[in-house]
Design a protein around this ligand. Structure first.
Ligand code: KIV
Length: 296
């Protein structure tokens, strides 16, 4: 199985093949998504909202992204793993940005980092790239700037905003980024930006013209019934499916229908052989079968 790298991104873009990216935050989910054939897994700072229960991405720390990124990496065999640089880990100085990007590669086992913002981050991006770390840009609705933007709203609606977005996109490409996320911008604007760049754009709420698409895994798996933005398509009603399974478990434990003899260990009966002598695994967990090859 060939690992997806930034060279694969470039090749796919040259062949007009769509890049498929999703977020994940743990090894088990990463394994499912990797087996499904996604090209890239983003350990997004959206983890602050969908995993930690915050109402923004702002409280997420570098250590937390590194922790989740390492878990995702261990569950991944083929997909390219990208880790988000959290709020205030790259804004204050170029040196700090390079060091923090390096932590996500070393501690987080990521293969690239993503950061939000435009031309003001040209020197940050180019220095991180020169340090040997691929950078993915992120424009449009940039959640780390939620207070500056005044909310989670569509960006690039006026001519001035479109001009600024285009200049930022070109600056990010010029700085050496290998891909650019466009979040919540009108489809025709994303289309124009995509056509003006030589690197792939990866859209979320940015229409079909982008070079690829990204969605938060809990969103497209329908685990959050109250979150229904226009750009989201749910591929399964995960909330109802998982809740029904949990209800069945609750009911069966209470009614004593579970566990049965089949789910129980038994001592060997003399002369009948030892049921557990075949080395049956009794751990409650299984190894993630990722590229680390660790086992319990
Ligand atoms: O943090 C995140 O999950 C993201 C994606 C929505 C692009 O930045």
């Amino acid at each position: 199985m060939k690992k997806v790298t930034i060279r694969t991104f470039a090749r796919m873009h040259a062949r007009d093949e769509k890049v498929v990216m999703v977020t994940a935050y743990d090894a088990t989910m990463a394994r499912i998504l990797d087996d499904a054939g996604v090209d890239a897994i983003l350990v997004g700072d959206s983890l602050g909202m969908v995993v930690q229960g915050h109402d923004s991405t702002l409280p997420v720390t570098l250590e937390q992204v590194a922790y989740h990124s390492a878990a995702v990496s261990r569950g991944t065999r083929r997909a390219h793993v990208v880790a988000d640089l959290p709020f205030m880990t790259y804004q204050a100085s170029v040196d700090e940005a390079v060091k923090n990007a390096g932590r996500l590669i070393v501690d987080g086992r990521a293969e690239a980092v993503k950061l939000e913002g435009g031309s003001e981050y040209h020197s940050v991006i180019s220095k991180i790239v020169r340090a040997g770390i691929p950078v993915m840009g992120h424009l449009g609705l940039t959640p780390q700037s939620v207070h500056k933007l005044g909310g989670y709203t569509v960006q690039g609606k006026t001519d001035d905003q479109v001009e600024e977005l285009m200049a930022d996109a070109k600056a990010i490409e010029d700085a050496g980024a290998y891909a650019l996320v466009l979040e919540c911008v009108p489809a025709d604007v994303a289309d124009c930006i995509t056509k003006a760049l030589s690197i792939p754009t990866i859209g979320i709420g940015a229409g079909a013209g982008c070079g690829g698409q990204v969605l938060v895994c809990y969103d497209f798996l329908g685990l959050k019934p109250d979150f229904a933005p226009r750009f989201l398509k749910r591929y399964v009603d995960g909330y109802t499916t998982l809740k029904s399974a949990a209800e069945a478990y609750v009911s069966e434990v209470r009614s004593r229908a579970f566990p049965t003899s089949e789910h129980s260990f038994h001592r060997a009966v003399e002369g009948a052989g030892d049921e557990n002598s075949d080395g049956e695994r009794v751990s409650t967990t299984a190894a993630p079968a990722g590229r680390s090859g660790e086992s319990h």
